[in-house]
Write a protein that binds this ligand. Sequence first.
Ligand code: ZN
Length: 149
Amino acid sequence: MNELRDLYQQVILDHYKQPRNFYRLKPATHHAKGHNPLCGDEVDIWLDIQDNIIRDIGFTGQGCAISTASASLMTEALRGKTLSEAHQIFDEVRAMVTTDTQLTSPAGKLMVLAGVRQFPARVKCAMLAWHTLNAALNHQTKPVSTEQT
Ligand code: ZN
């Protein structure tokens, strides 16, 4: 079990040091800004959605290792997915980091985020990018704050 935890930490550190898809989309069809005041994490999610498919997704901002890695893993998992698949993955990740639910979708790499379950303050770091994604998909213009939910 310790080996598994080490592996998860390696993946998170890797995505923190070398975030994937760390760029702003121009133009973006969808965008939202998110903020986690408890930790100081800030993230912008940028999407290019055509015909209900996420053609491109990127993120910018700065935050702790968990929030950055979560955003990086999220962009990797969602590129090329349909909107309904994206909503399903969101629901699975939220269930995974807040309950004992196991991920069953092909986005199994997101499993590494399950480790935050034991640290309630870290759940907000891990979910920030995901809540911001939801806001972007809903064309919500008001910035997302983890302290409003
Ligand atoms: Zn954080």
